[in-house]
Write a new protein. Structure first.
Length: 387
């Protein structure tokens, strides 16, 4: 089906943009001479912007009942602002343009995931068969970005980012919009969703697990450089992490079972703990890069299970908004704490202390996930009254 092929291509391109922005923005800022605390301030402030932007654009998508047109607008704005960001070198300009990119780029993620889930459902194929191409795009661009920064300079990302964003815009022109529900959007249905005890506990679990993950995402590249690694090695580390996700996403139809999401999330949290605890004791930047292969047992498992669980409990007409809430916790709220607190910890106590702290947090997330599994794991409905 042509629309599914185009959607896979769009996933490849959009997550390639994220690969330039999420792992390499801290590296880019480091190359501009910023301190870990300043980097943490910019990333953390971006998290605040994300908190505002993601619900806003998610609500706009639900109210206008279109995902595709909203994505087109966000991509055009991101392409121009991304160029300005990576072409800047003054601290004030970096703050301003980074905030604007966060406002337009980050809301694309939950909307894309919503489009992936809805179109895969309507086409009768697995979500993972589409999301796999996002992991591939992330890995390929992470690898390329490291080499491009090394050989052409950090500011060269301006041209690469804008070019990929514009190609993404062209691709999405041929993708049909997500199927819309016949149910009207009501404030009551959203209130019921957010006031449901199971939903709130699930969102708390996502938050606990996402803070350490985001701290790692923000400061891994900086730590590799501190250990004597290069930007090429940073790219290789993220390439290893992203490529390892592919098989997990592709086989999600086999391992992801309805009703088992909470125990799956708990297992992913356990591997997050193992990954970060091992990072504490590594002093060779190459070994730290190779350790990122454990990504295959963490993020793709955690996020796929979280999305499926969310779609079981969210009212149908609020799916885009529900997806936004999930992304908001993972990339927004948690990103603020991860960046501000992570930057302060890194600068005062060092990277080893940072990784020790986030390993403990992941262990707590695992325990909380097991508690929720015991309480809700056998629930077959897990849904709230849509009102």
């Amino acid at each position: 089906m042509k629309s599914i092929r185009l959607l896979r291509s769009f996933n490849f391109l959009y997550f390639a943009l994220l690969a330039m922005f999420i792992p390499f923005l801290p590296v880019f800022l480091d190359k501009q001479g910023l301190t870990p605390a300043q980097i943490g301030f910019i990333i953390g402030s971006g998290g605040i912007i994300t908190i505002i932007a993601q619900p806003l654009w998610g609500m706009i998508s639900d109210r206008t009942r279109t995902v595709r047109k909203v994505l087109m607008l966000l991509l055009l704005c991101s392409s121009a602002l991304g160029y300005m960001l990576f072409a800047s070198d003054s601290y004030i300009e970096l703050i301003i343009f980074a905030m604007l990119v966060y406002f337009f780029l980050m809301p694309i993620d939950p909307l894309t995931e919503s489009l992936n889930f809805r179109l895969s459902e309507s086409a009768g194929i697995s979500y993972g068969s589409i999301r796999t191409y996002g992991a591939l795009g992330y890995g390929v661009m992470a690898l390329c970005s490291g080499y491009i920064m090394s050989y052409l300079g950090a500011n060269s990302l301006a041209y690469l980012f804008t070019g990929v964003a514009l190609v993404s815009f062209i691709v999405i022109l041929g993708i049909p919009d997500a199927p819309v529900t016949g149910k009207p959007v009501t404030v009551k249905s959203l209130k019921n969703f957010l006031s449901n005890k199971e939903t709130l506990l699930f969102l708390i679990l996502v938050f606990i697990c996402s803070v350490p993950a985001r701290m790692n995402d923000t400061f891994l590249g900086v730590y590799i450089l501190e250990l004597g690694g290069s930007t090429e090695l940073v790219g290789q580390a993220w390439f290893i992490a992203a490529i390892s996700e592919i098989a997990v996403f592709a086989l999600s139809f086999w391992w992801l079972r309805k009703g088992k999401e909470l125990i799956i999330i708990s297992i992913a949290a356990a591997f997050y703990f193992l990954r970060f605890f091992i990072s504490v004791w590594i002093t060779d930047p190459h070994l730290l890069a190779y350790l990122q292969v454990l990504q295959l047992l963490t993020f793709p498992i955690f996020y796929s299970a979280a999305i499926q669980y969310l779609y079981r409990i969210v009212p149908e007409e609020w799916r885009a908004t529900g997806q936004t809430v999930l992304a908001l916790l993972f990339f927004g709220v948690s990103g603020i704490i991860a960046s501000y607190a992570g930057g302060a910890i890194y600068q005062t106590l060092g990277a080893q202390a940072l990784f020790l702290i986030i390993s403990v947090m992941s262990f707590i997330g695992m325990l909380f996930g097991l508690v929720l599994t015991r309480k809700y794991g056998s629930s077959s409905h897990g849904e709230v009254d849509p009102g």
